[in-house]
Structure formats: C-alpha cells, structure tokens
Design a protein around this ligand. Structure first.
Ligand SMILES: Nc1ncnc2c1ncn2[C@@H]1O[C@H](COP(=O)(O)OP(=O)(O)O)[C@@H](O)[C@H]1O
Ligand SMILES: N[C@@H](CCC(=O)OP(=O)(O)O)C(=O)O
Length: 368
C-alpha cells in the first residue's frame, strides 16, 4: 500500500473528530487532517472529503436529552452543518463546495450522473468537494444512514482509487478494542468474509453511527470497485505521517484486481431492490444474449415495483441469483404468476420468450 500511487482519494471523517466531547466543532484533530489534505493536493492528488459531524456539532444548541428524537437530530444536523463547513473553511486554504446527498439521489441514474459530473467539474477547478448526507430531508426509505457507506458510494461514483475512513480507533481489530484489552489489529484484509463481519462488535462510539459494521460494508463496496480502502485512527497525527511516508497505519482492505463494471457495481452496491421475483430453480445464464428469464419461470412476486425498478431474483430456497432492472411491474408479474397457477387458464399475458428482466447490467450475486 503506497498512498503516493493513488490519484483520487476520498477521505471520510467520523463525528468524534469533528466535535470531540459533544462540545461543538473543534479544530483540535482537524488541523492534522487539513494538513494531510493540503499535502496530498501538493503531490498532485485529488481529494474529496466526506465529513460527518453535523449532528455532533449542532448538539450544543439544543436542550438535548440523552437520545434526541429524529426531528431534533435533523435540526441539530441543519445547525451543525454550517459550523462544520465553517471550521473546514477556516483550516483549509482552498475553495470548498458543500454537497448534501440522500440515498434516493444516488439510486436515481440521472441524479447519480449529475453528482459525478459536478464533482468532476469541482476537481478540475481545484475546489474541494465536502460531502455529507442531507439529514434534514431523509426518511428511513431515502437515507443511506451512515457516512461510511455514503463515502463508498461516492468513491465508486467518481472512480476514486483510494478511500480512507478516519475514526477513533487504529483500524479493524479482531474484536472491539474498547471492550477487549487483548484485541489485535488486522493490518491487511484481502477477503471480506462473514468472519470479518463477526469481528465488528455492536458498540459504537458515543457520537458515531454504525461502528465497524458499516465500515466493513463500505470496504466491501469500495474494494469491489477496485478502490484500496483504509481504516485509520484520525486522532493520531502519526497516522497521517505514516500515510504520507507510503505506509499503512491501520487496516488495509485490498482492492479487487478485477473490479465490477461501474454500472453493475452501481446496481449491486448502491441501488436497493424494490421487490423480489422468486423463480424455479433451473440454471440460468445471466450473461450473453440468449433469452434469460421468461414469465414461465415465475413462482412468486414480492413487493411493489414499477417498470425500470431494480428487483432481486431468487430461487425458492432463498438463494439470491441476481439484481436486475425489471421490464414489468409487480402488478403485471403477479397477475402472470397467478395465471400460471390456474390450470384451466391458457392466457398468454406476455409474448413468449419476453424476458422479465433487462439484459443490461445484470448484477450476478455471489450465491448464483
Ligand atoms: N472489531 C472492532 N474493531 C475496532 N472497533 C470496533 C470493533 N467493533 C466495534 N468497534 C467500535 O467501532 C467504533 C468506531 O465506529 P463509529 O463509532 O461509528 O466511528 P465513526 O464516528 O468514526 O464512524 C469504535 O470506537 C469501536 O467502539
Ligand atoms: N450525517 C451525519 C453523520 C452520520 C455518520 O455516519 O456519522 P459517523 O459514524 O460519525 O461517520 C452527521 O453529519 O452528523
């Protein structure tokens, strides 16, 4: 792992670094990070910042009980976002651009392309993009929910080659270091298996969202796109010195040498499925030009979806086969599925050999 060989770096900063101790924004830890960003840019590298901390920064202005309501958190975010941007502006001698996103923005192909084009333009003009989730407008359905996954989705959208997640511990340990004194740091992870996920303890720092679980999810997304991914301790200046010296100061998740195509990656790792089609368990070829999945194959349809939505294709035993764009609505597919159950009905609802899913950019899933 050598930072210097990377050209486009996404750096994600956790809340505890922005507003340590819940006392509003502080420059205490951000100075080192600002210096690191400046050095990267001097070396000719492009940097994109994903900054958490709006809720933590805004908290001081609210008479907040221990666990604030969703509405109060949104109000804190709206207040703290301003302080957070102002703090970065104070530390970074460069123009900054604020980009507030929701999951719905990233799932919509037109908006996704628009986000990518805007960031490309900002980078071409040496403006530093600062991304956060648009907490004020999010709902359960619309939100990413944590900035680790948001950073990975953003990194993939702009074809970054490195993602650095700065947090309050040295990296991924084999168990939560806060509750296990004998926890050992993993320096390199080449395969993100269920055993790696099992290392993430439930605990999250007092200010963070998602803990190690969401960082591993993010690493799975970004490495699949060919992005080298690091978790480092953002409290320690030494982490940044080591990075600049070309060393790995934390946990390095190795990028996949054979990354997915960007469109397949988007469908697999950014878009959420709106429903599910359960098919019979014959073998299907999800590549090539042949007809792939016809109405004859449908056993059951779950959820409500429209033409063009992304759906999950599974078999009866729950095996996930693919994520793909549907050519038909759930309403029509449900009708067809029911017609097939009716032995006396011989209705031909769809032309034979009419594929249920679009043949473009099918994401074949691991189980297939
Ligand atoms: N296996 C593990 N290795 C390291 N940290 C872990 C592990 N399991 C759980 N954690 C927790 O994850 C926390 C970091 O995540 P989080 O609080 O969400 O930080 P951030 O705000 O930087 O995103 C650590 O403080 C630690 O309590
Ligand atoms: N959008 C939220 C950050 C959510 C989040 O993921 O926080 P963290 O786990 O500290 O990176 C905020 O600005 O407070």
């Amino acid at each position: 792992m050598n930072l210097k060989t990377h050209k486009r770096i996404v750096i994600k900063i956790g809340s505890a670094l922005i507003a340590p101790g819940n006392k509003g924004c502080s420059t205490k830890y951000l100075r080192n990070i600002a210096y690191f960003i400046q050095r990267c840019r001097q070396q000719g590298q492009q940097v994109i910042l994903v900054s958490s901390g709006s809720v933590a920064a805004g908290r001081q202005w609210f008479n907040s009980e221990k666990s604030p309501s969703k509405a109060m958190k949104k109000a804190m975010a709206a207040t703290g976002q301003n302080d957070m941007m102002a703090t970065w502006s104070k530390l970074l001698d460069m123009p900054l651009a604020q980009i507030l996103l929701t999951h719905a923005d990233l799932c919509n192909r037109e908006r996704y392309v628009s986000i990518k084009e805007t960031i490309e333009e900002l980078l071409a003009h040496d403006v530093l993009p600062v991304i956060n989730e648009n907490d004020t407008v999010t709902s359960e359905e619309l939100k990413v929910g944590d900035n680790d996954n948001l950073a990975a989705m953003a990194a993939a959208s702009i074809d970054a080659d490195m993602l650095i997640m700065c947090t309050d511990v040295d990296g991924l340990f084999d168990k939560n270091p806060h509750s296990h004194a004998d926890a050992k740091l993993l320096e390199k992870v080449s395969d993100i298996t269920p055993a790696i996920y099992a290392m993430a303890g439930g605990a999250v720092s007092s200010m963070g969202t998602g803990g190690m679980q969401t960082k591993i999810e993010a690493a799975e997304k970004s490495t699949a796109h060919g992005i080298d991914t690091l978790i480092i301790n953002g409290f320690k200046v030494e982490s940044f010195n080591q990075l600049l010296a070309g060393n790995n100061p934390g946990t390095h998740f190795l990028s996949n040498p054979e990354p997915m195509s960007p469109a397949v990656h988007w469908r697999t790792h950014t878009v959420r499925e709106r429903g599910e089609v359960i098919i019979d368990d014959e073998e299907y070829a999800f590549t090539g030009d042949e007809e792939i999945l016809t109405s004859d194959n449908i056993l059951e349809v779950k959820g409500e979806f429209s033409v063009g939505d992304t759906i999950l294709v599974t078999t009866e035993d729950g095996t996930k086969i693919a994520k793909a764009k549907t050519n038909f609505s759930s309403c029509l597919l449900n009708y067809i599925a029911q017609e097939q159950d009716d032995k006396w009905s011989n209705k031909q609802v769809l032309p034979q050999n009419n594929s249920i899913i679009s043949k473009e950019n099918i994401a074949v899933l691991g189980d297939a």
